[in-house]
Design a protein around this ligand. Structure first.
Ligand code: FAS
Ligand code: PHB
Length: 403
C-alpha cells in the first residue's frame, strides 16, 4: 500500500475538481485529485456552453483565463421564440450591465487541466475502486487503485467532485441524506457541427413539436439541441433528420438561413432536477453534479458547480488561515441557498419551454398544464418586469460573501 498525504483530497477531475484544485493551490493549500478515467475521456464529454460572470471571475482568480478571454464570446442577451414569435431578453439592459460568456465546458476543462499540469499538481487519472473512509473523523482518507498499485491518501478533508454517478454522495448513509428528484419525460438530443451559428445569440424555442435550442461554441462551430422522447436512441437520428426537425422548430427566418453540415458529436442526455441535502457529512463535502443536477434549460449545471467551488474554496481558505476547521460546517447551508435558486429557475424554464408528452402533468390534464405554461410565458415575455426576472436568474444570483 502506497501512503500519500495532502490537505484536501479531491475526487473527480471534471470542471469542479480542477477549478477547486487550481484555486486552492494558488493559496498554498495542498491538494491531490483522484480521477476514474483518462484526461482525454474527460475532454471528450461535450456539455455546457454558458458561463455566468461569477464563474468567469473565478477562472480569472485561478489564473486560467487567457484563452477564455481570447476565444470566449460575451453575450448581452438571448432570444426566446414561442409558436414563431421571437422575444429578445436583453440581459445587459435588464440587469444593469451583467452579461454571460459563451465558452465550452470542454475548453474550460482543457485550460484547467493544462494549468494543473504546468503547476506540477498531482492528479491520479484512470484510478479505480475509489473509496472514502472515516469521513466523520478529523483524519479521513481515500483509498484507490492506480497503475496496478493500491494507495491510501490521508487528508484533512475529502471533496466529492465526482458527478452524479460518483462515489462521494453514496458515502453519506442513505438515512442521513434527503434526495429531491424530478425526472423529465424527455431528453435533449445535442449535435455539435463545424458550421456557422444560425444567430449570434442563443435562441430557446418552444413549439408544438417540442423544444429546440440554437447555441454555439465559436463563429465556426455550432451547438444545437432538440427535445426528444426518452425512448429515442441517438442512432435513430441521422444528421439529415436532425437538421430537418431543427428547421421545423426554429423561427422561419432563422430556419431559412440555417447552415447544415456533418455532426462531429451527437448524443442524448436525460433531464432531471435533483438535489441531495445536506451537501456535507463530517469532513466530506459534495460539489457540483455530485450534489445536484438541473435540466440544462437554464444553463445552470456547470454554473452551480462553480458557485459550490467558490463557497468551499473561501471557507477552506478561512479555515486554514484561522486554524479553525469548524467554519467548514457552514458550507452546505450557504451552497444550498444558491443551488435551490438555480434548481427552481431551471425547472420553471423547462416547464414553460418543453412539450410534456404525459397525459397528466403537475397533477392536471396536459392541455390545462400547457395552457397555464403558455400563459405564464406570454405574461413574462410581454412585461418588462417579467423579462427582468428571467434575465436576473439567467446571469446568475450573486455569490454569497464569506465573512
Ligand atoms: P462532472 O460529471 O463533469 O465530473 C465528475 C468527474 O468525476 C468525471 O470526470 C468522472 O469521471 C469523475 N468520477 C466519477 N466517479 C468517480 C470515482 N468513483 N472516482 C474518481 N473519479 C470519479 N450544464 C450546463 O450548464 N449546460 C449544459 O448544456 C449542460 N449539458 C449537459 C449535458 C450532459 C450529457 C450532462 C451529463 C451534463 C450537462 N450539463 C450542462 C451539466 C454539466 O455541465 C455539469 O454541471 C458539469 O459537468 C458539472 O461538473 P462536475 O461537478 O465537475 O461533474
Ligand atoms: C450549450 O451551449 O451547450 C447550452 C447553452 C445554454 C443552455 C444549455 C446548453 O441553456
Amino acid at each position: 500500500m502506497n501512503t500519500l498525504n495532502t490537505q484536501v483530497a479531491i475526487i473527480g477531475a471534471g470542471p469542479s475538481g480542477l477549478l477547486l484544485g487550481q484555486l486552492l493551490a494558488k493559496q498554498g493549500i495542498d491538494n491531490i485529485i483522484v480521477e476514474r478515467v483518462s484526461g482525454e475521456y474527460v475532454l471528450g464529454r461535450i456539455r455546457a456552453g454558458i458561463l455566468e460572470q461569477g464563474f468567469v471571475d473565478l477562472v480569472r482568480e485561478a489564473g486560467v483565463n487567457e484563452r477564455m478571454d481570447k476565444e470566449g464570446h460575451v453575450h448581452e442577451g438571448f432570444d426566446i421564440s414561442y409558436y414563431g414569435q421571437v422575444f429578445n431578453i436583453n440581459i445587459k439592459e435588464l440587469t444593469e450591465g451583467k452579461t454571460v460568456m459563451c465558452y465550452g465546458q470542454t475548453e474550460i476543462t482543457r485550460d484547467l487541466m493544462e494549468a494543473r499540469e504546468a503547476a506540477a499538481l498531482t492528479t491520479y487519472y484512470e484510478s479505480s475502486d475509489t473509496a472514502i473512509h472515516d469521513a466523520k473523523s478529523d483524519a479521513p482518507y481515500v483509498t484507490f487503485e492506480h497503475g496496478g498499485e493500491s494507495y491510501r491518501l490521508n487528508c484533512d478533508v475529502v471533496v466529492g467532485c465526482d458527478g452524479f454517478h460518483g462515489v462521494s454522495r453514496q458515502t453519506i448513509p442513505a438515512e442521513q441524506r434527503t434526495e429531491h428528484e424530478r425526472v423529465y419525460p424527455f431528453g435533449w438530443l445535442g449535435l455539435l457541427s463545424d458550421t456557422p451559428p444560425v444567430s449570434d445569440e442563443l435562441i430557446y424555442c418552444k413549439t408544438k413539436r417540442g423544444f429546440a435550442l440554437a447555441s454555439m461554441r465559436s463563429e465556426t462551430r455550432s451547438r444545437y439541441y432538440l427535445q426528444v422522447p426518452l425512448d429515442h436512441k441517438v442512432e435513430e437520428w441521422t444528421d439529415e433528420r436532425f437538421w430537418e426537425e431543427l428547421k421545423k422548430r426554429l423561427p422561419e427566418e432563422m430556419a431559412a438561413r440555417l447552415v447544415t453540415g456533418p455532426s462531429i458529436e451527437k448524443s442524448i442526455a436525460p433531464l432531471r432536477s435533483f438535489v441531495c441535502e445536506p451537501m456535507q457529512w463530517g469532513n466530506l463535502f459534495l460539489v457540483g453534479d455530485a450534489a445536484h443536477i438541473v435540466p440544462p434549460t437554464g444553463a445552470k449545471g456547470l454554473n452551480l458547480a462553480a458557485s459550490d467551488v467558490a463557497t468551499l474554496y473561501k471557507l477552506l481558505c478561512k479555515a486554514y488561515g484561522e486554524g479553525d476547521m469548524s467554519v467548514l460546517q457552514r458550507y452546505s447551508e450557504i451552497a444550498l441557498r444558491r443551488v435551490w435558486h438555480g434548481e427552481r429557475f431551471s425547472w420553471w424554464m423547462s416547464n414553460m419551454l418543453h412539450d410534456f408528452d404525459e397525459q397528466e402533468v403537475g397533477g392536471m390534464q396536459k392541455a390545462t398544464f400547457d395552457q397555464f405554461m403558455t400563459s405564464e410565458l406570454d405574461f413574462f415575455l410581454n412585461h418588462q418586469a417579467g423579462k427582468q426576472v428571467i434575465a436576473t436568474q439567467y446571469v446568475g444570483m450573486p455569490y454569497e460573501n464569506i465573512d
